[in-house]
Ligand binder design. Structure first.
Ligand code: ADP
Length: 260
């Protein structure tokens, strides 16, 4: 179609250019905001364990070892726990920055979910025992369980979800893993009867660094990055995750994978 008004055409072009520029600037601004928030969160998350370690070591240096060897021992192990927390934090930050920058590629392959789930359960058995939680894989009836996904990344998804169900479980609680066969997907459900998440916080648990007050107060190691890593990995697979939870009763996380 030939236009009859060149001035109007130019105006339209300028308007479009201005709109595109504004979109570009908005995107940059939100990236910048994101970067600032990320850095401020990181430094905050580092401070807590670092100050704790400093405190314990100061006390030890000031003669606690001679004065109260038992307490000194306790402080040493607390310092070690906080060091652990720092190293997990660094590992998670490394992981999430790779995921968010798109640096990490997904290597699709066909594998059997049954085997992987059993492997992950085995790797967490000791931790589960320590927290008095039973990890139960409800693998009957047997269903089609071959999927097309990145095996190592899905291992991490399973490990993060199962380890949360152990961390936030109740004594003598159970975590149940069940698979459901859908039309062209497998649905994986991980259900615990632990402390649960209140309604207000539930929409936020996939955010970076978000931890409920309750889990912070529980003195359980965690970076608040586990679930956002899980979400990123599943999004990179074009799959989804959802959660249902009731405070004091438990939580159920469900995600899908492509059936093969
Ligand atoms: P982290 O466990 O390191 O704190 P996550 O990103 O894995 O971080 O989880 C974010 C928060 O969501 C946790 O701090 C906890 O408050 C809540 N949460 C996650 N999984 C569960 C669960 N199974 N039961 C209760 N709360 C949970």
């Amino acid at each position: 179609q030939v236009s009859s008004d060149p001035i109007r055409d130019v105006q339209k072009e300028v308007r479009e250019w201005a709109r595109d520029k504004k979109l570009e600037i908005d995107a940059l601004k939100s990236q910048e905001k994101y970067r600032r928030e990320f850095l401020s969160n990181i430094s905050h998350e580092f401070k807590t364990p670092l100050f704790a370690i400093q405190g314990y070591l100061d006390a030890l240096q000031e003669g606690l070892i001679e004065e109260d060897p038992q307490l000194a021992n306790k402080f040493l192990s607390k310092a070690a726990n906080n060091l652990d927390r720092l190293s997990y934090l660094i590992k998670d930050i490394d992981e999430i920055s790779k995921l968010e920058s798109g640096e990490l590629s997904i290597n699709f392959q066909q594998f059997d979910l049954y085997t992987l789930i059993n492997e992950v359960i085995e790797s967490l058995e000791l931790k589960a025992k320590k927290h008095k939680i039973k990890l139960y894989f409800n693998d009957k009836p047997k269903i089609h369980s071959m999927v097309n996904a990145d095996r190592e990344k899905i291992r991490q998804v399973l490990a993060n979800l199962l380890s949360n169900s152990v961390k936030y479980g109740r004594e003598n609680g159970t975590t149940e893993i069940t698979l459901f066969e859908l039309h062209d997907q497998i649905l994986i459900e991980i259900s615990d009867n632990g402390i649960g998440i209140d309604e207000e916080n539930l929409p936020r648990i996939f955010e970076r660094f978000f931890r409920t007050e309750k889990s912070r107060a529980r003195d359980i190691g965690g970076s608040g990055l586990g679930l956002s890593i899980v979400k990123h990995i599943l999004e990179a697979h074009q799959q989804t995750i959802s959660v249902q939870s009731k405070e004091g009763e438990g939580s159920t996380f469900s995600f899908t994978l492509e059936k093969k």
